[in-house]
Design a protein around this ligand. Structure first.
Ligand code: C5P
Length: 317
């Protein structure tokens, strides 16, 4: 019925403040969307439903390893349901065809690059496009989609919007940022993912024991580097407050960063909550070289090359 894509993200700067009462941490983060993307289609089934979820199943194919749930715990499934609920709330009972979600994953799974959030964002725009078109109803629009996205997860609003943005609050209060040029990244994924809540919890634990893990909530230098388009300046700004926690839970990531350092200098960080590590490179060829060199020396890792910024979630068909 409809196909949409959404891109993954890299946190160029991830400043993590104290834990809030709602369990989330206050963030000051600079997101860049990247060329790696997932594609999601809603496929019409045989039967119809007049209440509850129209989704009856999910099929996943992937270019990246990792386990993806194919039941109603998948964020994309929940995103379809959230849009359907919204339309039913606005327009009363609607009888819908049963739907299967078909998902192709090109973003690393459980890798700190918002792959699951991108699937949710693609599902939001796809379902909105389908329901508005098929039933002649008012589409949700930017504001409505943003609100549903924020209800699904802290990273979903950014991958919905794409580009480059400052994220405050849980990471879902977004201000678009000016960014000049294209940035090339070597991305080193690990065969085994890391759970985001456990990395945030580890940071809280480490901060109780150490006093050198203060939050980095200032992003002015990143903003200047991005508007200059100077790769070297941006390299000097890369920061991730979650990195010590990710390294503590997965010490072998130190080897990834060390091997990358010998090839790429000081341009590597853990991406988001990890375990993916990213290296900012002067050009695509350099990124290819690092994406091949690191996995050759560190077992259990793979390399890919991406560029950014890319766009937001969009219907393609
Ligand atoms: O919103 P989402 O479900 O993607 O977040 C996953 C988990 O990551 C949260 O349950 C929380 O443990 C942690 N998190 C956080 N502070 C943020 C974003 C995420 O503590 N700003």
């Amino acid at each position: 019925m409809v196909t949409a894509t959404a891109h993954g993200k890299i946190n160029i700067h991830l400043g993590v403040g104290p834990k809030r009462e709602d369990g989330y941490h206050e963030l000051a983060t600079v997101f860049q969307s990247i060329s790696a993307s997932d594609t999601l289609s809603l496929v019409r089934g045989e039967g119809t439903v007049s209440e509850g979820s129209p989704v009856v199943g999910m099929e996943v194919s992937q270019s990246v390893p990792g386990e993806v749930p194919t039941d109603s715990s998948n964020l994309a499934w929940r995103a379809v349901d959230a849009v359907v609920e919204h339309y039913r709330g606005e327009h009363g009972s609607i009888t819908l065809p049963q739907v299967t979600i078909s998902l192709f994953k090109g973003i690393p799974v459980a890798g700190g690059m918002a792959g699951g959030s991108a699937d949710a964002a693609a599902a939001l725009v796809a379902t909105d496009h389908w329901l508005a078109g098929e039933y002649g109803l008012d589409p949700l629009g930017k504001r409505g989609l943003h609100d549903l996205a924020a209800g699904l997860g802290a990273d979903v609003p950014f991958v919905l919007m794409g580009g480059t943005a400052l994220g405050r609050g849980r990471g879902d209060e977004l201000i678009p940022m000016m960014s000049r040029g294209t940035y090339h990244w070597a991305v080193i994924t690990s065969n085994e993912g890391l759970s985001t809540p456990s990395v945030f919890a580890k940071l809280d634990e480490l901060r109780e024991q150490r006093d050198d893990l203060e939050p980095h909530m200032w992003t002015e230098r990143v903003s200047e580097a991005l508007s200059s388009g100077n790769y070297g300046l941006l390299t000097a700004c890369l920061r991730n407050d979650l990195q010590p926690a990710a390294l503590s839970l997965r010490p072998e990531l130190r080897t990834v960063l060390q091997v990358g350092f010998s090839q790429a200098g000081n341009s590597g960080i853990v991406s988001g909550s990890g375990p993916t590590c990213v290296f900012l490179c002067p050009d695509e060829e350099w990124a290819r070289m690092i994406a091949a060199a690191v996995p050759a020396e560190v077992p259990g890792t793979s390399g890919m090359v991406v560029s950014g910024p890319a766009g937001g979630a969009a219907v393609v068909d």
